[in-house]
Write a protein that binds this ligand. Structure first.
Ligand code: SF4
Length: 328
């Protein structure tokens, strides 16, 4: 697939994801966002906001038994991934779109050497007929790229620390130089010093390989460090999105975004009590009527309880809330 001038690399339109069980779980409820080449977008929100379901939908990795996409489009270079066959998706996944899964401890195969796990991806997508030696050299190169000595390629995952395992997972995801990398909380399972190294490495890779990144996180600090755009998710909807400066410096925000910022400790300024958002994310199988945030919102009005808020968009900064109007 070749990207045309006017096309976005990725464009998600009105995407819904549901899971069937005893009750139908509505994990993603009509989201829209797009991504240009070499851009990083942060998908932010609490556990259960629908971030990982969005990522799995893009990868077409939702469980066939329970997950489904009843509505929406996932256009990658102008072609809807939802209309691709399984075989076509296998060609795209890993080669053009890769994912770093949340937990490096469980995403590696414990009985395969790390070198062979990286090599596997190269062999599967070896369309240009590279020789075994060329692919082995690429494994060494990838290990060096993520800061692991190539002579450790014959070691097994249990011989590596948590941070190094995550580096191996990143090397696998980058093996075929994907144009889109989805990183699902890549630093959550790591300690703080390793987190900084992994983020610096992803930023460096983005610059060197022109990769676009969807970064899933609940950490605003991480977003501020490497994202160009941010989409705040709540109960399967994007309640606010915009450029990084709209979210961190703009004056109008969704009450949920304000709540997220209020809950971040300020390490430099005056010490103050943290102000957490009262309540919990709603049960996705029993979502509230009207605005899904209304049971927790301190600005809740009568109409918020019954009618879905409009999305007000100003120069690419959009907020889904009854507090704002087009003329604002
Ligand atoms: Fe709060 Fe109403 Fe806005 Fe929802 S629509 S965030 S309840 S003010």
């Amino acid at each position: 697939m070749v990207i045309k001038m006017e096309e976005k690399l990725l464009e998600i339109k009105n995407l819904y994801v549901t899971y069937k069980g005893e009750k139908t779980v509505r994990a993603v409820n009509g989201i829209n966002f797009s991504l240009d080449k070499k851009e990083t977008v942060g998908l932010v929100g609490e556990t259960g906001a629908g971030k990982t379901s969005t990522a799995l939908a893009i990868m077409r990795l939702l469980s066939e038994r329970t997950g489904s996409i009843p509505e929406g489009e996932i256009n990658y270079k102008g072609e809807n991934l939802l209309s691709k066959t399984k075989k076509q998706m296998r060609k795209i996944r890993g080669a053009q779109i890769s994912m770093i899964f949340q937990d490096p401890m469980t995403s590696l195969n414990p009985v395969m050497t790390v070198g062979n796990q990286i090599l596997e991806s190269l062999v599967i997508h070896n369309d240009s007929g590279k020789s075994q030696k060329e692919m082995n050299d690429r494994v060494d190169e990838l290990l060096a790229l993520v800061g692991i000595q190539p002579n450790r390629k014959n070691d097994y995952p249990h011989e590596f620390s948590g941070g190094m395992k995550q580096r191996v997972v990143i090397a696998i995801a980058l093996a075929c130089a994907p144009e889109l990398l989805i990183a699902d909380e890549p630093t959550t399972a790591l300690d703080v010093t390793i987190q900084a190294q992994v983020l610096a490495m992803m930023e460096d890779l983005k610059n060197r390989m022109d990769t676009s990144i969807i970064l899933i996180t609940h950490d605003m600090g991480v977003v501020a460090e490497i994202c160009d755009k941010v989409a705040i998710m709540y109960a399967g909807e994007i309640v606010e999105q915009g450029k990084i400066e709209d979210i961190f410096e703009g004056k109008n925000h969704h009450p949920y975004t304000i709540g997220l910022f209020e809950a971040i400790p300020d390490l430099e300024g005056e010490q103050r009590r943290l102000n957490p958002i009262d309540g919990l994310m709603p049960d996705p199988s029993d979502l509230p009527s009207g605005c899904k945030f209304h049971p927790r919102c301190t600005h809740c009005m009568e109409k918020c309880k019954t009618s879905s808020p409009p999305i007000i968009n100003q120069n690419g900064h959009s907020i889904m809330c009854h507090l704002y109007h087009e003329e604002d």
